[in-house]
Design a protein around this ligand. Structure first.
Ligand SMILES: NC(=O)c1ccc[n+]([C@@H]2O[C@H](COP(=O)([O-])OP(=O)(O)OC[C@H]3O[C@@H](n4cnc5c(N)ncnc54)[C@H](O)[C@@H]3O)[C@@H](O)[C@H]2O)c1
Length: 342
């Protein structure tokens, strides 16, 4: 089945459609993924662009360094950028490509679980700005997204698990019986990873297909992210809690937003409890104090998904039945953290 995985990319890079090929890597994907990519594609002629890994580098300075390197290799509008890496790399690589010379084509080859099930798909590209996540960016689809879980073999267990938060999110948004949360819990994250990647990336792609620019239904993908993004940003500026990875922060967002769903829409408490219990199998839930909550709330007010001073949430009536644009008052927000901390 894997034999033909690369045929479309091989055809593209060996055609004369592109004047030059660039491969964007960070120091880890250069070490662990580039050789495999070269072996699988047989690509001989390309320029390599290296950036530093990590969310702290998903910023304008890194973007400038990508543009600089494209310039120095004389990239033109017919150049192709191949993004080989996790969500940070495909987000910034997609943004750099979309803005360089008003847009060159790019291909995403995700190398983390999170990238494979989520970040590499859907055409959201961007960088963080002034502590706010993904504040600057554009919607632009990659030419192709290639999913090859051979890259996951070198990923640390922690990074692997990090991507599972988005898998759980997708399982809460779908109403397909064989993919809902109750089916997901019967799978083994490590042994069933290929099935998980293919199935749960489809959940996202189907949602995106019907609303590319997030004017309505695509907003459901923000489940867990209204609180989660604020928690993630807060963890990077606070001395009170450790720096959290995207997935760790989204887990906190999911638990809290499901509790709020229970309070506002009668989402079954037993489901909130079983999602929390399941997530605890993989993630450590760090305690959050009163002062943390206040700071997270303030950060949320500035999040881009909010209109005016209103904070819009995605909530669930039941598994597979999300509702968008919900306003939540501060008291309920704080109450959800009491449940989270229990
Ligand atoms: N665009 C979207 O729709 C979307 C959706 C969800 C998340 N995101 C973004 O994704 C980012 C998080 O992505 P991530 O969790 O993949 O993190 P990441 O890109 O930082 O990768 C995690 C770490 O793993 C390393 N790595 C990657 N592949 C490897 C491999 N195969 N072997 C060894 N090491 C490897 C990286 O160098 C990095 O150190 C966040 O910035 C988030 O905002 C975007």
């Amino acid at each position: 089945m894997k034999t033909n995985l690369y045929s479309s990319i091989i055809e593209k890079i060996s055609s004369d459609k592109f004047s030059s090929i660039f491969i964007l890597v960070d120091e880890n994907t250069e070490q662990f993924c580039l050789k495999l990519f070269i072996k699988k594609t047989g690509i001989k002629s390309f320029n390599k662009i290296i950036i530093d890994s990590g969310e702290e580098n998903k910023n304008i300075d890194t973007c400038v360094s990508i543009w600089d390197q494209l310039n120095s290799f004389k990239a033109d509008r017919k150049s192709l950028l191949i993004n080989l890496g996790g969500g940070v790399l495909t987000d910034i690589g997609g943004f750099a490509a979309s803005t360089y010379l008003r847009g060159i084509k790019f291909i995403n080859i995700p190398t983390t679980l999170l990238g494979m099930v989520d970040a590499a798909h859907g055409g959201k590209t961007g960088i963080d700005f002034k502590l706010l996540k993904n504040q600057i960016g554009v919607f632009n689809d990659p030419l192709e997204v290639l999913l090859d879980n051979d890259y996951l073999k070198t990923l640390s267990k922690e990074e692997f698990i990090n991507g599972y938060a988005e898998v759980v999110k997708h399982s809460l948004l779908t109403d397909k019986p064989d993919l809902t949360f109750n089916s997901l819990v019967k799978l083994d994250l490590f042994n069933d990873s290929e099935y998980i990647i293919n199935s749960y990336s489809l959940v996202k792609n189907e949602i995106v297909k019907s609303d590319k620019y997030e004017s309505s239904i695509r907003k459901v993908l923000n489940l867990g992210h209204t609180i989660g993004h604020a928690v993630e940003s807060y963890s990077h500026i606070s001395d009170e809690i450790i720096d959290l990875k995207h997935g760790q922060a989204i887990v906190i967002g999911i638990i809290n937003e499901l509790y709020i769903s229970h309070k506002k829409f009668n989402f079954p408490l037993r489901d909130v409890v079983s999602v929390k219990k399941h997530l605890k199998k993989y993630f450590t839930l760090i305690p959050l104090k009163e002062n943390d909550m206040e700071n997270i709330y303030d950060l949320m007010v500035y999040d881009k998904k909010n209109e005016g001073s209103k904070i819009n949430f995605v909530l669930l009536k039941e598994i597979g039945k999300p509702v968008i644009d919900q306003i939540v008052d501060k008291e309920l927000f704080k109450e959800s953290f009491v449940f989270y901390n229990e």
